[in-house]
Design a binder for this molecule. Sequence first.
Ligand SMILES: [Zn+2]
Ligand SMILES: [Zn+2]
Length: 444
Amino acid sequence: MNSEAQKHPTIVDPQTYLAGCTCGNQHPTPQVTLYSAMDASKVLAEDCQAIYRNRSVLLLSDPETDAVAGAKVRQELEQAQVSLEHYFLPSNPVATDHLVEKIQTVSRDKALIISVGSGTVNDLGKYAADQNGIDFWSMPTAPSMNGYTSGIAAIKVKGVKRTLPAVPPQRIYVFPGVVQQAPLKLRQAGFCDVLAKVVSDIDWQCESLLFSDSYCGLPASMMTAVEKTYSDYPEEIGRGDESAVMGLFNGLLLSGIAMSLAGSSAPASGGEHLVSHFWDMREPITGREPELHGLQVGVGIILSTACYRRLAQLNKADLPQQAERVFSATTARIPEIWGPNADEVAKQFQNKRAALLKFDTLLPQHWEELQELFRQVQPPEHFVELFTRTGAPFSLEAFRLTQDEFMLAALNSRAIRERITVLDLAAHAGVLEAAAEDALQLLR
Ligand SMILES: [Zn+2]
Ligand SMILES: [Zn+2]
């Protein structure tokens, strides 16, 4: 191993990561490297100077992330005589197509974009760099979501939230102290987002069994290997204990890589993510500013696990034959829920009509195998307890969600994406409403 590889190891060891593959197909080799230490800004600046010489670089930060890390990085870059431009975002920036365009324009003549921040600052930098075909580095400031290493960016296009493909960063630099001391709510959000994979992996296995045969055990095996370093320590994560928070952060980085290895977001984004996208997309209609991605996903986990429990109790003989009726009923509600965006949503839902109609025959055919998968999922109480143990409240009220808005998302968010999830299974089996009521009891 050369000294560069020693100093900047790839997050996933290229020698061993393929051991968990069960599909036999080719997987890409994850290239993203990590440098995590107190002198991260100094090393970043030296690397930047060594690689890009006199070509100029754009740094993105907002007031909060600049205060904890951005200013220090800028200072080091200037000291290393890197030609630097700073794009200073407002507090709580929103990743819109409009803002991406501005950043693309400013970075057109640059060699590299460096994002200093969490979700939005990274999505903006990653997507603008991808669009301009230039390099992208990231300095995460919070363990709040798994998107740092993923090959997608969440951008609002014409008011509709989209997850768009974008090349992951080549390099990640981290001040461990900054990540460790990120606000509690951000740590709780990351804790929810990383645990989502426990349920989304089962969603993927169900879908694969019924339709695509695309499942691979590689992402799950990568996560299982590290899961105990965060899932057993909610209180410690809440208190900001170093090894627990860095365990969580590492889990989030791996979870983003697991997504890119699978070539889709399926291993870390199932029905639990749909309700979060639903609330993001409803903002123009409800006026409710979305809560942190991970926290909304946490609410989705409670719903998904409640669905799995109801499904596990169902006998094959009780499965209704009602695919057509269920599809029509959900379609009929799209206009009132989505107003001006109804056509776009209806198109997405229509894309999975053919698959949903096969449920009448496929579900009874595979019910025993499906039940084995359903039974692997922990009950919703388990997750509510874990999330609450971080020390931050975990309820609809804390996330400014009304019971009506929760029920609306629970029953209708399956229409916004064509991917088959547990929400489709539960709707077809006639247990979605009861499961949503179960979840509601736990979130009051
Ligand atoms: Zn595989
Ligand atoms: Zn997520």
